[in-house]
Structures are given as structure tokens and as C-alpha cells.
Design a protein around this ligand. Structure first.
Ligand SMILES: *[C@@H]1O[C@H](CO)[C@@H](O)[C@H](O)[C@H]1NC(C)=O
Ligand SMILES: *[C@@H]1O[C@H](CO)[C@@H](O)[C@H](O)[C@H]1NC(C)=O
Ligand SMILES: *[C@@H]1O[C@H](CO)[C@@H](O)[C@H](O)[C@H]1NC(C)=O
Ligand SMILES: *[C@@H]1O[C@H](CO)[C@@H](O)[C@H](O)[C@H]1NC(C)=O
Length: 134
């Protein structure tokens, strides 16, 4: 069973995987967050859907951490080219699911920064335990 961590805001800092800076915030590539977790996002389809992998640096379980798949959908364009997005991480070394949502921003340094919030859903053995599983 995974324990919930006491914070909800995770800041993901892009590693500059996109080379030349542009005004548009592009999410494909690799990002790390302030805890050292990293994720890799594969190519975005014309509909704004994509997938990738998430490697968490933190876990409440004693099970060995494994890279886990994620599925994502984002808005394609908006006037600021800083799209909103959401993704689900299917932890494949435990029985939990996480959902993230956020927006991709361009910093003044022309670096992509993802501002996100997330919820972690733990497995409840019975309905009576549902109240504290999220
Ligand atoms: C992601 O994190 C894992 C575990 O810390 C590490 O082994 C891997 O090299 C990292 N990958 C990237 C692209 O930073
Ligand atoms: C992403 O698209 C680029 C350019 O279209 C292509 O070169 C690359 O192989 C694609 N990567 C994946 C993982 O599909
Ligand atoms: C994930 O994306 C890659 C390339 O972008 C594609 O080849 C693959 O079929 C996708 N997998 C899923 C499960 O959507
Ligand atoms: C977990 O997901 C990763 C990334 O998609 C994959 O490489 C790995 O084989 C999966 N492991 C299991 C046990 O499903």
C-alpha cells in the first residue's frame, strides 16, 4: 500500500530537451521535477494525445520502483501557446493510479516549466476504506 505524500504541487522543470528556445511550450521530451522524478513524453498526435513513461523518485511502498506508463492529452494551441494538459500514470509496480493536470509555461529564460497538481488513488480493500484512499 502506498502512502500519500503531504503536498499536492509538483513542479516539473524541463531539461532543455528542445534545444532552441521558442515562444511555444512544447511538452515532448524529458522533464525532471523538484524531487528528482523524471518523465519522458513521446510525440503528440494531431489530436493532442500522447503517451510516455514516468519514473518516480519517491514512493510510500517498499516495492522496487519501476518506470511506469503514462497517457496524456493536451490542448493543441491557444493564443499564448502555453497549453493545458492532463495525464494518468498507471503505476505498474503497485496497485495505485495518479492523475496530473496542469499547464506548460515558458519561463523568461525560455525554458519550459510544467505547473501541475496531482491526486494519488490508493487501492482500498473494501468500500468502507474508500474514504481515505485518495
Ligand atoms: C530517471 O530516473 C531514474 C531513477 O532515478 C534514472 O535511473 C534515469 O536515468 C532517469 N532518466 C532520466 C532521463 O533522467
Ligand atoms: C517524433 O517525431 C519526429 C519528427 O517527426 C521523429 O523524428 C521521431 O522519430 C518521433 N519520435 C517518436 C518517439 O515517435
Ligand atoms: C505511444 O506513442 C508512440 C509514438 O508516439 C506510439 O507508437 C505508440 O503506439 C503509443 N502507445 C500507446 C499505448 O498509445
Ligand atoms: C511498466 O511500464 C514500463 C514503461 O511503459 C515498461 O517498460 C515495463 O515493462 C512495465 N512493467 C510491467 C511490470 O508491466
Amino acid at each position: 500500500m502506498v502512502q500519500a505524500t503531504p503536498f499536492l504541487l509538483v513542479i516539473l522543470l524541463a531539461l532543455g530537451a528542445h534545444g532552441i528556445s521558442t515562444e511555444k511550450c512544447i511538452m515532448t521530451g524529458c522533464c525532471v521535477n523538484d524531487l528528482g522524478s523524471n518523465m519522458t513524453i513521446l510525440n503528440v498526435t494531431e489530436k493532442g494525445d500522447f503517451n510516455g513513461t514516468y519514473y518516480t523518485a519517491v514512493s510510500g511502498t517498499t516495492k522496487k520502483i519501476e518506470e511506469s506508463p503514462l497517457l496524456e492529452s493536451q490542448q493543441l494551441t491557444n493564443p499564448l501557446n502555453q497549453p493545458t494538459f492532463g495525464f494518468t500514470v498507471h503505476w505498474n509496480f503497485t496497485d495505485s493510479i495518479s492523475v496530473f493536470m496542469g499547464q506548460c509555461f515558458m519561463e523568461e529564460t525560455q525554458k519550459e516549466v510544467l505547473r501541475t497538481m496531482w491526486l494519488l488513488r490508493l487501492h482500498a480493500d473494501k468500500r468502507g476504506d474508500n474514504w481515505n484512499a485518495t
